[in-house]
Write a protein that binds this ligand. Structure first.
Ligand SMILES: C[S@@+](CC[C@H](N)C(=O)[O-])C[C@H]1O[C@@H](n2cnc3c(N)ncnc32)[C@H](O)[C@@H]1O
Ligand SMILES: [Zn+2]
Length: 399
């Protein structure tokens, strides 16, 4: 079949798909071929799609019934075709994209993989598509919002298109606002103030989750984060929605702020969206900086992460090693304190050589503190030890 632009067939997961031939759209090194091609395809997001397959399967098993799945911004339909082929218990997959060529190529890809009978492709604006599905009996059990930049423009209609207990997956690639480079844009889009700390990617997940919480609450819907991750240039949040004013209130009550001292690394969480905030660091007296309002609570569920690990064992993915590592780290840090320290950042500030991270963690544990690695940063670790103890240990190890 001809699409009027160069294409090729590639393999990912268990499927083969027709995608635009990216080499034809990269004329100079600075060209970002996925955005230049008439239909969007980004091979580097394979890991993101692998994790989505695992999360959807875990969710389907948890629900224990056949599920309806939607991808309102599907590009070439690769993600949706993978859901249809690789996830058990998927009854229907609804794919949509505003570009006519995307819809066309997505239909071809569904046929190519023998799933055209369960895949329905539309060519609408994503919000229109989601709104059409926001009536009872038309809703989905899983919605995957994977846009360019922020997912915010699609979140309200995505929430409304989910059944009670449905799972919402959100990608955000606008890391400059979320990580505090463009503070005003973050406040505007996500309704929270970011902070350029060493753990800004975690704050990004918390700001996006906070935004989701407040948006869902308007519809008397509460949220529960099952899994989240930050890789390369994007973050991802998977949250289950639950209908009811009470659960919505409980979610809103979990909102809060993270206060950070740039002078001594002290950080603390302040619960409640209307809580009076401290302005002075209780340790060193410097001015405290504020991130939020955001979601300071749990950003992954241990059991859900375990279910994803089990699903990975049953599959053979190209990036299996990397996936195993991410899943193990996310599971391990799921119940650890919020915010992490970065050894190199502390050493930079104290003008010290960087000690081996393992030694820092061992010392913390020796002294009775919790100390776990984080998937957010290979040099990061979470601990319940106060910042001055962490600094003391780092200093002693470099003496
Ligand atoms: C990042 S790509 C999606 C990639 C895809 N989810 C994947 O895993 O390969 C974003 C897609 O959103 C589509 N898009 C942009 N604005 C849209 C809108 N308002 N409604 C529907 N689709 C839209 C673009 O055409 C593009 O295909
Ligand atoms: Zn301080």
């Amino acid at each position: 079949m001809s699409f009027g632009f160069p294409t090729e067939t590639i393999n990912e997961g268990k499927i083969k798909v027709v995608v635009p031939k990216l080499a034809a759209y990269k004329k100079k090194p600075s060209d970002y071929a996925p955005s230049k091609a008439p239909v969007f395809y980004n091979p580097t997001m394979e890991l993101n799609r692998d994790l989505a397959v695992l999360a959807l399967q875990a969710h389907q098993k948890f629900l224990g019934k056949e599920v309806w799945v939607a991808e309102p911004l599907t590009g070439c339909g690769i993600r949706g075709a993978r859901f249809a082929v690789e996830v058990e218990g998927v009854q229907r997959v609804f794919l949509n994209d505003i570009r006519p060529d995307s819809a066309k190529i997505s239909s071809v890809n569904a046929e190519l993989n023998g799933v055209a009978d369960i895949v329905e492709v539309t060519n609408e604006d994503a919000n229109l598509f989601l709104s059409i599905h926001s009536a009872p009996r038309k809703r989905f059990d899983y919605v995957d919002v994977d846009p360019f930049g922020p997912p915010v423009p699609y979140m309200d209609s995505a929430i409304r298109s989910l059944r009670n207990g449905g799972l919402l997956a959100l990608t955000a690639t606008d890391m400059a606002p979320l990580c505090g480079v463009h503070r005003r844009a973050c406040l505007r889009k996500y309704g929270g103030v970011p902070l350029r700390t060493e753990y800004c990617h975690e704050l990004a997940v918390r700001l996006l989750t906070g935004c989701l919480t407040m948006m869902a609450a308007k519809h008397e819907i509460g949220i529960d984060v099952m899994f989240s991750h930050s890789i390369d240039h994007y973050i991802r949040v998977y949250a289950v929605v639950s209908y009811g004013a009470k659960v919505a209130d409980e979610s809103v009550q979990q909102m809060g702020y993270i206060l950070h001292c740039f002078s001594c690394f002290h950080r603390e969480t302040s619960s409640g969206i209307v809580a009076p905030l401290k302005h002075v660091c209780p340790v060193c007296g410097a001015k405290l900086s504020v991130a939020g309002p955001l979601w300071p609570g749990r950003i992954a569920d241990k059991e859900f992460s375990s279910m994803m690990e089990k699903e990975l064992e049953k599959r053979s993915f190209r990036q299996e090693k990397k996936l195993k590592k991410i899943l193990a780290l996310v599971k391990n840090e799921a119940e650890a304190p919020s915010t992490y320290y970065a050894v190199d950042k502390i050493c930079d500030k104290l003008n010290l050589p960087v000690p081996p991270q393992k030694k820092v963690l061992d010392k913390l544990k020796e002294q009775g503190f919790q100390a776990v690695l984080t998937h957010f940063n290979s040099r990061g670790f979470r601990t319940d030890a106060p910042a001055d103890i962490v600094k003391k240990i780092v200093t002693q190890l470099t003496a």
